[in-house]
Write a protein that binds this ligand. Structure first.
Ligand code: NDP
Length: 310
């Protein structure tokens, strides 16, 4: 079997094009365009790329995107002051603080910063008030990556109600909210993590398996029930040619990518899973574009809600 490809690029494009008339309607009513403000602290190369991609996608969709940059040496108070300024800015609808923040700021700073964002502008849905609403099934803003996965599964007619769903990973950003959103769609959900016993056997129970682990090609064919739908959230850079060859094979186009660019990407799911799964998200081109599309949708939803529009 070769798994059906769950195309995140096409689905993200469809979601973004559905936003256009709503953005026009907002503009007509409010006299301005919804605005996403991104705070980037430091010079982490991956974060720079992520922010650039979000900025381009937002502008291409007709939103205002403003990037606020602070040096890696910025203090905690400077970061918090910037967030406060955005909270108070009536023209700012969505605030995203790009993670990770520089290590020098300390371990607890991310939580502190996320907690300081106005919940009405919290387009990443990290604020405890928004997380609480998510748990209670009355979220206005839902976290971008898991809600993107749900959009993809629903639009690709993957059944969820009554199905066994297994999520590997229990992070606040992906695993936990993913499990909640699947539960809200009536799946029977198991959440696995690094202490789960007999992980492959648990994963093999899944009709829908979501891998959000952060380990290259970790989910191999023995984790997957034949015909299952597999969603690969992982984004893992491979830094050596040997690693690329050992996962994709010497003849793979991914080796050529590595030779050209000096790096290549793999998800949490091994490519061999395509021979067992019924449907599979590619990496790249799967969950990543959906995360961005949902960020733009959240910005519009936040803007509409702040204007008192449904
Ligand atoms: P975290 O590191 O925060 O969480 C990883 C989770 O995986 C933890 O719950 C951890 O368990 C679990 N885990 C780690 N090792 C194992 C193991 N050997 N067996 C079972 N479980 C394990 O990562 P994130 O959730 O933030 O991200 C996961 C992946 O998704 C990353 O590759 C990240 O880059 C990617 N990502 C992709 C996005 C996209 O748009 N496509 C968006 C966000 C993330 P425990 O809790 O026990 O430690």
């Amino acid at each position: 079997m070769t798994a059906r490809k769950l195309d995140g690029v096409a689905t993200a494009a469809a979601i973004r094009s559905e936003l256009l008339p709503r953005i026009d309607a907002f503009k007509a009513a409010a006299g301005r365009v919804p605005a996403l403000h991104i705070l980037l602290v430091g010079d982490d190369p991956a974060s720079q790329v992520y922010v650039r991609n979000k900025e381009k996608a937002g502008r291409d969709t007709g939103l205002t995107v403003v990037i606020h940059r602070l040096a890696a040496t910025a203090s905690r108070d400077e970061v918090l002051a910037q967030v406060r300024e955005l909270n108070d800015d009536p023209g700012c609808d969505g605030i995203l603080v790009q993670s990770p923040l520089p290590h020098a700021l300390g371990k607890t700073v991310e939580q502190l910063v996320f907690d300081s964002i106005d919940p009405a502008k919290d387009v990443d849905c990290f604020h405890p008030e928004n997380v609480g609403k998510l748990v209670q099934g009355r979220a206005v803003l839902a976290p971008c990556t898991p809600s993107g996965v749900i959009e993809l599964l629903q639009r690709q007619q993957v059944p969820l109600a009554g199905q066994r769903a297994v999520v590997i990973g229990r992070s606040e950003i992906v695993g936990k909210p993913m499990a909640l959103l699947l539960l809200q769609r009536d799946a029977t959900v198991t959440v696995c993590h690094s202490k789960t016993a007999d992980l492959a056997a648990r994963a093999r129970e899944a009709d829908v398996l979501v891998a959000a682990i952060g380990r290259p090609a970790f989910v191999t064919r023995d984790f997957v029930k034949p015909g299952a739908t597999v969603v690969d959230v992982g984004i893992n850079p491979l830094k050596t040619r040997e690693a690329v060859v050992s996962i994709f094979g010497a003849e793979s186009a991914r080796v050529t990518t590595f030779d050209t660019k000096g790096s290549a990407m793999v998800g949490d799911v091994h490519p061999e899973v395509a021979e067992v799964a019924g449907a599979l998200t590619p990496v790249p081109g799967g969950v990543g574009p959906l995360t961005i599309a949902m960020l733009l949708r959240n910005t519009l939803v936040a803007a509409e809600a702040r204007q008192g529009r449904p």
